[in-house]
Design a protein around this ligand. Structure first.
Ligand code: PNW
Length: 517
């Protein structure tokens, strides 16, 4: 053997065999897919649903949407949920992450008007999942606030902490026995685009103030829902669920991939995800000291009497500490971060106030259809290493991870990325990471917020022009199905059979499409 080894790498790979067919995902590792209400449901004003901030935003500013498609009809999952569950069965997933539209169940946001038809819709979906033994992972808030609450200031009004707790109670009461994983809020860093910018609804551009107030209120709303769940629901015999918060955790490296740490990098990580992880998972609690210091310094220099980052009281700090059963991790990509010489702040992915750094991505990384999303598989592995080190091996559930393409069924780049990122997961599991599962974004193409349908994230392609919003599996759907069934990352996989349908009623559609796979 040794005679044939030319390089150390070759020797290693030959003698120990990096054979991913031998590395198995553990039997309790969960595979799933993810969606969100606004992005798939449609039926925006049907059966008593109230207006959401996204309905208002796209109706009053249609120009913000890239290609004219918005969530009014989306993929029509309000009517086609049975087909969605059929796709989940085709894939063989363990769990399905979807979100509940707050204004669909509480049209004005408050619990004094309950929309029974809206509640019934989620009951129907949950019952369909239970029928086929698919665990439900339910996000309570994925960007679609009732417009009536926004009229009262939305996430910048501290009353929202109570409104959210009330809403959470309605959901726990109604669905507590049907849900396996609750996610209170998806990506609180949306505050920087929604209340500190105009990329996301309600597009209230209050940079440096509105964003931080929103962050504080979202975190406290999350914690209150957790404490309510812990106190009144968790120990009930019919309830068997864990509760977490989904945080956008991308990777940030120095441009030279240097392993040495520097202050800007660490500060950027603190602004990007430490703001949401530190209060819950650190020993000391509270917002990260580095962020508090940076915002306080700038606020003082601006002549303000207090920091623009609102303080947490001792009681609030206590309530937030350990207020989650796992970290919900949404991971997509990696960025380089370095100090600016000019002091110009970069807009990628978010331009945070109070930190002046240059954020970039390498030309060598594989581009997707989304400007911010490059394929950097090592970044997922490194961010898991980082979370283990900084937060002492917390339980982590990947609640989103995905890739965007053009329309078309031959999504080789998605398959390659799924393979390579998943290899990192296998290594991380060997490191002893407490990794509960992977949830791919997304089950099917959907409304990618202001990008409309121009960035396709689906394992299933959706024909938005067809009245029945036909869903057809991409090659990646077949690959993911194989990964779930075999529990390996297969290097040699080739598509053998086009048909993965449970029934074969879509054979005709596929044949008509003359798909060559
Ligand atoms: C997530 N970034 O957003 C959202 O939770 C989904 O609703 C969305 O459709 C999906 O990812 C794809 O965009 C992100 O810049 C947006 O790194 C931007 C970033 C990450 C996640």
């Amino acid at each position: 053997m040794k005679i044939f080894c030319v390089t150390l790498f070759f020797c290693f790979s030959q003698s120990y065999g990096w054979d991913y067919k031998k590395k198995l995902f553990p039997s309790d590792f969960r595979f799933g897919v993810s969606t969100s209400a606004y992005q798939i449901e449609g039926a925006w004003d049907e059966d008593g649903k109230g207006e959401s901030i996204w309905d208002r935003y796209v109706h009053t500013h249609p120009e913000v949407i890239a290609d004219g498609w918005n969530g009014d009809n989306a993929t029509d999952s309000y009517h086609l949920y049975k087909r969605d569950v059929e796709m989940l069965r085709e894939l063989g997933v363990d769990h399905y992450r979807f979100s509940i539209s707050w204004p669909r169940v509480l049209p004005n946001g408050h619990i004094n008007t309950i929309n029974e038809k809206g509640l019934q819709y989620y009951d129907n979906l949950l019952d369909e999942l239970i029928k086929y033994n698919i665990a439900a992972m339910v996000t309570m808030y994925h960007f679609d606030l009732p417009q009536r609450l926004q009229d009262l200031g939305g996430w910048t009004n501290p009353e929202i902490i109570q409104w959210f707790e009330d809403y959470a109670r309605v959901l726990f009461d109604r669905y507590g026995h049907k849900v396996k994983y609750w996610i209170t809020i998806n990506q609180p860093d949306v505050c920087f685009d929604a209340y500190g910018g105009n990329k996301m609804a309600p597009a209230v551009d209050l940079k440096g103030t509105g964003d931080y107030v929103c962050v504080k209120n979202m975190m406290l709303a999350h914690a209150r829902a957790y404490r309510l769940f812990e106190k009144e629901y968790k120990s009930r015999s019919e309830v068997n669920a864990k509760l977490g918060l989904s945080v956008s955790i991308n990777w940030f490296d120095a441009p030279d991939y240097s392993t040495s740490e520097n202050e800007e990098l660490e500060l950027y990580r603190a602004f990007s995800f430490g703001l949401y992880l530190h209060p819950i998972w650190s020993e000391s609690g509270d917002f990260p000291p580095s962020v508090k210091k940076a915002v306080a310094k700038n606020s003082k220099a601006e002549g303000l009497s207090k920091s623009r980052l609102p303080e947490l009281t001792a009681e609030e700090i206590k309530m937030l500490k350990k207020s989650a059963d796992f970290i919900g991790m949404n991971h997509y990509t990696t960025f380089f971060v370095n100090k600016t010489e000019s002091g110009v702040r970069s807009g990628l992915p978010y331009s945070f106030p109070d930190i002046e750094v240059h954020v970039s991505q390498s030309d060598k990384w594989l581009p997707s259809k989304s400007a911010w999303l490059k394929g950097v598989p090592y970044g997922l592995y490194k961010s898991l290493l980082y979370l283990n080190r900084v937060y002492n091996r917390p339980p982590i559930f990947i609640t989103e991870h995905g890739w965007s393409t053009d329309p078309g069924l031959h999504d080789t780049s998605r398959i390659n990325m799924m393979r390579e990122y998943s290899r990192g997961l296998l290594f991380s599991l060997e490191d002893g990471t407490d990794l509960l599962g992977l949830t791919v974004w997304s089950l099917m193409d959907n409304i990618e917020w202001t990008a409309g349908t121009s960035e396709r994230f689906g394992l299933y392609e959706v024909d938005f022009d067809s009245p029945e919003k036909t869903r057809i599996p991409r090659v990646s759907a077949h690959y993911y199905k194989h990964m779930i069934h075999s529990r390996i990352v297969d290097e040699d996989w080739k598509l053998k059979n086009l048909d993965m349908s449970i029934s074969n009623r879509r054979q005709k559609i596929l044949a008509n499409k003359k798909t060559e796979l």
